[in-house]
Structures are given as structure tokens and as C-alpha cells.
Write a protein that binds this ligand. Structure first.
Ligand SMILES: Cc1cc2nc3c(=O)[nH]c(=O)nc-3n(C[C@H](O)[C@H](O)[C@H](O)COP(=O)(O)OP(=O)(O)OC[C@H]3O[C@@H](n4cnc5c(N)ncnc54)[C@H](O)[C@@H]3O)c2cc1C
Length: 596
């Protein structure tokens, strides 16, 4: 009998103690619980194991973008998320200041809350972004997955796996008893975070580096409404010479709950020993960043974490796939961590379902890597660039070139002077804060993911040419590979988004009244291929009227054309108009998309 590091004896269960399931998920973070929720919703038996006794124990990721909200909406948990979230209208006034009670250097209306950007966000999706800390989000996903059929096993650690042509044998350890057992599954999903053992075991290839900077989190309780209620925001960036804890005196005060639960993120030099923070010194950091001692402060926790710049260039080995931080590791900038993790699982879950049901060829699964690896690269690059772009802000304040604290203070004060340097500082500051739109209003990065793979029938022109800055602005399109654009359809009684009419349990066709033959073909083709294909005929008298004529502007095809939408709401194929034999055209497209 072996004894592990934590003193728990490992008992080999008798031979034959093999549990069977279709999909084993290692990890119950945003990516793992999203995978479990989707598979359970689709009726695929799955087991989710996590080595801890519960879900995330700190707030961690929080900004929840519209794509993630659309997934929650699809899964029927959007209202539960909104119930616990800080709503869109309270998350926007990102503040740059010397302390919470101190002077401001500037503000930026963020996450689409400015009058100039709000319309873009409102027009793009049936749901808005919000802020829900990860420790509140995960239980919603885990609970709903478990209620729908996921076998959730806490305190259960992944140890190793072996795969053959038919399935995967994974050895796990019950951390309460030390007993090891084997789970036999058709597929294994590594959703085990930035230090993924599953990814290491299948030897995923990576580019980039881990631990490029150190961060310390301090969570605390203090009722700060008097200081922040008039400028509601999730993020208060503090630059304060002299308040160093192994850094340059810059930190982030982040709202966890309005307005009495907070998190401070403080950078430290990763090449130096980690700062030693006890209760009292943590409280001192809090007082320094608040700029006042006039509030009761209760420290609720401290933790250290590393910032990474690393992404996997391939996401699969045979029957084993990785999702979430296991394949993209980056700083919190742009709020992409949890959101992208959820999207990885949304992309893969319907493909696994189709293959397990015999509706698709195994090759469909290879499209996961083809589609999501470029996204991993893109978001890791963007998040790190956003992180580095704070350099311009520090330069504008003059703190990076200052030799000591006195010089830093003098440089910061210079922005108030009627001198050439004062004018230059003011302009540099304006530009540096303006640049942060690429972190805080990067709607194109959040929504504009585009796929090229075997599961999309691409058109010769490829990705549509952007009308505006593709990072700042999301441009809806129906070019195959694009997400289905949102428009409100309905009648005098109902109003539903195009996204609601294309649920992830099926393929969906969108056509117009003169495209009825496409809709007629859908039922025949579905029966022939043994899959579900819904049809939405947009037009008066069909229950899906183009209420605001937005769909006519967005669809980019004739009224007699068709869009074929995948379960994850990606446009797989389109026809600009009617063809001689819609049934054959549709069958050919679906066979190609499903690798049949
Ligand atoms: C301290 C901290 C602070 C963060 N702050 C932010 C932030 O402010 N904003 C932001 O956007 N992002 C933040 N992140 C990143 C964000 O939390 C991640 O992007 C997100 O959690 C990724 O989700 P995931 O499901 O892929 O992995 P994780 O959430 O890391 O989940 C990994 C899961 O795998 C399980 N696991 C790991 N190894 C094993 C094993 N051997 N056996 C069984 N189970 C295992 C864990 O128990 C856990 O359930 C933070 C991360 C950390 C660690």
C-alpha cells in the first residue's frame, strides 16, 4: 500500500472496480463545469472529478462577456447567473487614481457602458455582460450539470490515463479514503487548469512562458459605498509611489460584491522572493490603496499567483482533449479567462455528442483543435499586450523614469502645471487611458471569433473584411465560420432572438418566405441523416417576423437563400439563393460538416 504526500494511504480497489461513462471531465472550474452542463443537457452520460472538496474558493475571474452569457442562456441558467451578478449598468466607470479616497487621473467608461459604445453591445446580443465572481458562478454550473445527470465527484484526483482505439482508462484517487479506482470512458477532457496534468500527459505542444510576473491577491470586506457609489465600477487602478510591496506601487482594487467585498491585486517581482503578507500587513496594503483608515476592514484571505503567456498550438491527442486554462494561460486583462474557457467547452460538447450518437464521423472532433487553438493564441496575445500597455500609463505619469519616490510624486504633480511638461503629461495621460479601450471595450475580441475547419464550409473570400477596428468593434456577418448574428424575431405576442431560435440541441436553418423549399427539405434531410434539423422561416405569418427589419440588414443572403447554423451557433454553410435541388445541397453540406 502506497502513502501519498498528504499522508493518505492509497488502496488499490479490487480488480474489476471500473466505473464506466461516456465522457470523463477532470476539473470543475468554468471550463469543466460548462462541459459537464452542456453534455448533461444533451443527455450524454458524464463524470466530472475535481481534486478539491468544493468549487473555486476565491473570486478569481468575474467579467462575464456576452458570448458566455449566451451560453448560459442556451443552457437555461442565464437568470440564475443574473440573480447573483452585478449588472451591466454598475460595472463601467473604470477609475485611474492615486487611491480610492485620493485624486483621480482619469476614468474610462468600460464594458460597453458609454453612450458611444452601448448601442454596439445592445445590438450584438440578446443579453448583456455582467460581473459574477467565479466562486458564485461555478456552483450554478456544477449544480445544474449535476441535477441534469453529471456524476460530480469532489475530492477526487486525476492520476494518469491510458487510451486505446476504443476508449480511455483513467486512474483517479479518492482523497478522503486514498482509494484508487479506474474510470473507463470514451473520451477524456482535461479541464484541469493552468498546471494541467492531463495536458502534460498527452504532451500538448505550447508556445510562450509561464510565471512572467507575480501577483498577490488580498480579499477584504469594507463598506466603501461612500467612496465609490457615485462612480460605480468593477476596477479601480491605483498608482501610488511609496506604497510598494515588491512592485512599483501600482495595484488594482476590484469590486467583488457591491460595495462591501473587495479584492486587491498587487504585482510583485517574480524573480524576488514572494512578499510575506500576514493579516496586519495585508490590512496596511488595503489602507494604503484606500487612501484612508476611516473604514472598518476585515481581511478575508491572501494568495499568490503567477501571470503567464502561454498557449497550446494543438488541443487533442486521440481521445483526450484539453479545454480552458489548460490550453490558454494569460493575465486577467480583457477578462478573457473564464469566458474563453466556457466557449472551448461549448465548441467541443456538441461535437462529442454528435460522434457518440453516431451522427458524425470521428474526424469532426479534429475541428475542435483547428477552431480553438487560433483563439487560444489570439487571447493570450491580446491579454498580455493589454497588460504591457499599462506601461504607457506609468510613463505618462512620469513614474517609470523617476529615480525615487520624491521624483515620482513630483512627476505626478506636474500634470497640474501650466507648463509645456504639464501639457505633455496631460495629453500623454489622455492617450494612455484611451489605449485601454483595447482592454475594456474590446467588443471585437470578445464576440468576433471566426473559425476555419472541416466543420465549416468556407467561402473563397474567407473572413469578412472588417469595417472598423476588428479588436474594438464586433462586425456581425453570416460568412460561414462566423457566429450567428442576433436579431429580434417574433410576432405580436413573442419576441425571440435568432440565437434563441437556434438551440444547441440541433442544427437550425434560417430562410425567408420565398425559401420555404429549404425548410421543407430540412425534415427529409434530418430523417435521412438521423439528426435534428430545425427550420426558421423568417417573415409575416410564420411566428418569426423580422420585427425591426434588422434580419434583412444582417442576413447577407437573399430571402430565398439559407443559413445552416451549427448547434454552437456558428454558421456552417450558406446559400445566397434558392437552388434546383435544396435537399441535395443541404445533405451535402451537412455530410461535409459532420465528417460523414
Ligand atoms: C488566484 C487566481 C486569480 C485569478 N483571477 C482572475 C481574474 O481576476 N480574472 C480572470 O479573468 N481570470 C482570473 N483567473 C483565471 C481564471 O480563474 C481562469 O481563466 C479560469 O478559472 C479557467 O477555468 P478552467 O476551468 O480552465 O480552470 P480552473 O478554474 O483553474 O479549474 C481547474 C479545475 O481542475 C481541477 N484539477 C486540477 N488538477 C486536478 C487533478 N489532478 N485532479 C482533479 N482535478 C484537478 C481543480 O480542482 C479545478 O476544479 C485567476 C486565476 C487564479 C488561480
Amino acid at each position: 500500500m502506497a502513502v501519498f504526500d498528504d499522508g493518505i494511504a492509497a488502496t488499490e480497489l479490487p480488480t474489476g472496480s471500473v466505473v464506466e461513462t461516456e465522457v470523463l471531465i477532470v476539473g470543475s472550474g468554468p471550463s469543466g463545469s460548462a462541459m459537464a452542463l452542456a453534455l448533461a443537457t444533451y443527455g450524454i452520460p458524464n463524470i466530472m472529478v475535481t481534486k478539491y472538496r468544493w468549487t473555486a474558493n476565491t473570486p478569481r475571474a468575474h467579467i462575464t462577456n456576452q458570448r458566455a452569457m449566451e451560453f448560459f442562456r442556451d443552457m437555461g441558467v442565464e437568470e440564475e447567473v443574473k440573480l447573483l451578478a452585478t449588472p451591466h449598468e454598475l460595472i463601467g466607470d473604470t477609475v485611474f487614481c492615486s487611491s480610492i479616497a485620493g485624486e483621480e487621473f482619469g476614468r474610462l467608461l468600460t464594458w460597453g457602458t458609454s453612450p458611444a459604445r452601448h448601442a454596439d453591445y445592445e445590438a450584438a446580443s440578446p443579453t448583456l455582460n455582467c460581473d459574477i465572481p467565479q466562486n458564485l458562478l461555478e456552483p450554478i454550473l456544477v449544480r445544474n450539470a449535476t441535477m441534469r445527470g453529471t456524476q460530480t465527484r469532489f475530492s477526487t484526483e486525476y492520476l494518469s490515463h491510458e487510451q486505446d482505439a476504443d476508449g480511455v482508462l483513467t486512474t483517479v484517487r479518492d482523497r478522503l479514503t486514498g482509494a484508487q479506482y479506474i474510470i473507463r470512458s470514451k473520451y477524456l477532457i482535461g479541464a484541469d487548469g493552468a498546471r494541467s496534468q492531463v495536458a502534460a500527459d498527452i504532451g500538448l505542444p505550447y508556445e510562450g512562458r509561464m510565471d512572467i510576473a507575480g501577483s498577490m491577491n488580498i480579499t477584504f470586506r469594507a463598506d466603501l459605498e461612500a467612496l465609490v457609489g457615485h462612480r460605480p465600477s468593477v476596477l479601480y487602478w491605483v498608482v501610488q509611489p511609496g506604497a510598494n510591496v515588491g512592485g512599483i506601487g501600482a495595484g488594482l482594487v476590484r469590486m467583488v460584491r457591491t460595495w462591501d467585498e473587495w479584492l486587491i491585486v498587487w504585482g510583485y517581482d517574480i524573480d524576488e522572493p514572494a512578499p510575506d503578507i500576514d493579516y496586519e500587513s495585508a490590512k496596511e496594503v488595503v489602507f494604503q490603496l484606500l487612501g484612508t483608515r476611516d473604514f472598518d476592514v476585515e481581511i478575508t484571505g491572501t494568495s499568490l499567483w503567477g501571470n503567464n503567456e502561454m498557449f497550446a498550438t494543438h488541443l487533442q491527442s486521440g481521445r483526450v482533449f484539453c479545454v480552458g486554462d489548460a490550453i490558454h494561460r494569460h493575465p486577467p486583462s480583457n477578462g478573457l479567462g473564464s469566458n474563453t474557457s466556457v466557449q472551448d467547452s461549448y465548441n467541443l460538447a456538441w461535437k462529442l455528442t454528435a460522434v457518440l450518437r453516431g451522427q458524425a464521423g470521428e474526424a469532426l472532433l479534429e475541428s475542435y483543435s483547428a477552431e480553438r487553438a487560433p483563439i487560444a493564441r489570439q487571447i493570450v496575445t491580446r491579454a498580455n499586450q493589454s497588460s504591457r500597455e499599462y506601461g504607457g500609463f506609468f510613463d505618462a505619469l512620469g513614474v517609470t523614469s523617476a529615480k525615487d519616490e520624491a521624483e515620482m510624486i513630483a512627476a505626478i504633480e506636474e500634470r497640474k502645471l501650466d507648463t509645456p511638461m504639464g501639457r505633455a503629461r496631460r495629453e500623454a495621460l489622455r492617450q494612455a487611458i484611451e489605449l485601454k479601450n483595447y482592454e475594456f471595450n474590446a467588443h471585437g475580441v470578445e464576440l468576433g471569433q471566426f473559425y476555419e475547419s472541416s466543420a465549416v464550409i468556407s467561402e473563397p473570400g474567407g473572413r469578412p473584411a472588417p469595417a472598423g477596428d476588428p479588436e474594438l468593434y464586433y462586425q456581425p456577418s453570416t460568412v460561414p465560420g462566423s457566429p450567428l448574428p442576433h436579431a429580434w424575431l417574433g410576432d405580436n405576442e413573442h419576441k425571440r432572438s435568432t440565437l434563441d431560435l437556434a438551440p444547441s440541441t440541433r442544427f437550425t436553418l434560417f430562410t425567408g418566405i420565398s425559401g420555404q423549399p429549404w425548410a421543407d427539405a430540412a425534415a427529409t434531410v434530418a430523417a435521412e441523416l438521423g439528426i435534428e434539423v430545425g427550420a426558421v422561416v423568417v417573415g409575416p405569418g410564420r411566428g418569426a417576423e423580422d420585427l425591426y427589419f434588422d434580419w434583412a440588414r444582417l442576413r447577407e443572403i437573399g430571402e430565398d437563400g439559407v443559413l445552416l447554423v451549427r448547434p454552437d451557433k456558428i454558421i456552417a454553410w450558406r446559400s445566397a439563393g434558392m437552388v434546383d435541388d435544396p435537399e441535395t445541397a443541404l445533405t451535402t453540406a451537412l455530410r461535409a460538416v459532420l465528417s460523414r
